[in-house]
Design a binder for this molecule. Structure first.
Ligand code: PLP
Length: 448
């Protein structure tokens, strides 16, 4: 009864992110009521394994008492403190310092945002400020990678290279430039690491030339693993090769770790595994494990010093009311404690199990490709393995597979093109990982 009236209220008033508004009016909402560990329970009382950690964010799992207590304590003691006027709060300072200790290389300055999109926007503003400070304002062109996702804010959506984020919005928000993805399963250059890296380097250099040379190009944006594009893992050495090329051309290299950060691929940041130091790095999601909103921009010391010197006594005019929110920072500290105590280690073990389990699905007639790293993975469905024929879009495979998986007690991401996405909480047990794989096989059997 309650659920039905909620569904009507939702239809009438709540706009859902990245949804077909008409489709949603027809299908209605599934209301989630509670969650614990790696499971969520809906309004009908059905409990499901959350194989996607909400929206690849609840890395620590649901219902962690220490996180809830940290938030409650902070709400009682100091629910808000501005960072303006030279003020601040202890949790924000401590979190920035602990994150700087973990960050690659000289990424030792942290600007907190409310999530990933405004973190990406902040980097765009910092890039621009930096080049003006260096006396090179003509470096104003931005390049990213096809299939990439960098949020849906006004500027960041232009770095995003997924058509759904541009359809219907017009050109003004899509002035940024793209090079083809490394997408190994469907790369015209072939699937070898050398060929893919060579093709990406050539594409980047050609794009830079097209734009008038490196003196016009401000920055190149990458995700260490492309998440929303379908969990596309670049070959070993790709990140380093692109980073080195950017350094040679004096183009800033920005790593967007909004999904890959906080143990999702194994280490706290994927850049550490790639052994690269970007000029700036973004994070969000696992930073607070989704309990409260927060994102972060890591600014390298070399950029920080240039910008600080240029501003001198004047303000660097960038700020949000909720930057470095003390409750979010307190949650960030509590979550980091959990990660360091056991969750990073558990996530690494469970990540190996997840990758091996999903790889066992390769024998299934519908499975064309299985890829991923750690607790981040995808299964790409095809109707013909040899021809790599995608599932017909008109049959709405994403909706069907998502619904069937739900019936089987599993929440996964089903991307429109027939790719299944996995990003379970790092607290999963071995049995839960095995269940994710088993319920996927059952779902695929029912999809045939
Ligand atoms: N960057 C990447 C790589 C992301 O995956 C996302 C969100 O999924 C964003 C940026 C945007 O983050 P948010 O949704 O918190 O604004």
């Amino acid at each position: 009864m309650l659920a039905n009236s909620l569904i009507e209220l939702d239809r009438a008033h709540l706009i859902h992110p990245v949804a077909s508004w008409r489709g949603h009016e027809a299908s209605g909402v599934r209301v989630l009521k509670s969650a614990k560990g790696a499971t969520v329970t809906d309004a009908s009382g059905k409990t499901l394994l959350d194989g996607f950690a909400g929206l690849w964010c609840v890395n620590a799992g649901y219902g962690q008492d220490s996180v809830i207590e940290a938030a409650t304590r902070q709400l009682r003691e100091l629910p808000y403190a501005t960072g303006y006027f030279g003020l601040g709060s202890e949790p924000a300072i401590r979190l920035a310092s602990r994150l700087a200790d973990h960050a690659p290389g000289d990424l030792s300055h942290v600007y907190f945002t409310l999530g990933g999109s405004d973190a990406v926007d902040t980097t765009v503003r910092f890039v621009s400020y930096y080049w003006h400070a260096k006396g090179k304002p003509q470096k104003d062109q931005f390049i990213s990678v096809e299939q990439g996702y960098h949020g849906s804010s006004t500027v960041g959506s232009g770095l995003t290279a997924l058509p759904a984020f541009h359809a219907g919005f017009g050109v003004p928000f899509n002035w940024q430039h793209k090079i083809p993805s490394h997408y190994a399963y469907r790369n015209p250059a072939g699937s070898s690491a050398e060929a893919i890296i060579a093709a990406s380097l050539a594409a980047l250099k050609a794009k830079v030339e097209d734009l008038g040379g490196a003196e016009r190009v401000a920055a190149f944006y990458v995700e260490p693993i492309q998440g929303s594009g379908g969990v596309l893992v670049p070959p070993a050495g790709w990140m380093k090769a692109m980073r080195d090329a950017c350094r040679e051309m004096d183009i800033l290299f920005i790593a967007d770790e909004v999904i890959t950060g906080f143990g999702r691929t194994g280490p706290i940041f994927a850049c550490l595994e790639e052994e690269i130091v970007p000029d700036m790095m973004t994070a969000a999601k696992g930073l607070t494990s989704g309990y409260v909103p927060m994102g972060a921009v890591f600014l390298s010391d070399h950029m920080y010093q240039v910008m600080a010197d240029a501003a001198g006594p004047a303000a660097v005019g960038h700020g949000f009311t909720y930057s470095a929110h003390p409750v979010s920072a307190a949650v960030g500290l509590a979550v980091l404690d959990l990660y360091e105590d056991s969750l990073f280690e558990n996530g690494r073990k469970m990540g190996e199990r997840l990758q091996a389990g999903l790889a066992s699905l390769k024998d299934h007639p519908l499975v064309g490709d299985v890829r991923g790293r750690g607790m981040l993975a995808a299964v790409e469905l095809v109707t013909d393995k040899a021809a790599k024929t995608p599932l017909p879009a008109a049959a709405k495979p994403a909706v069907k597979v998502f619904d069937r998986a739900w019936e089987n007690g599993l929440v996964i991401r089903a991307f429109a093109q027939g790719v299944l996405g996995y990003a379970p909480p790092l607290c999963c047990t071995a049995d839960e990982i095995d269940q994710i794989v088993e319920r996927t096989r059952l779902t695929l059997d029912q999809t045939l």
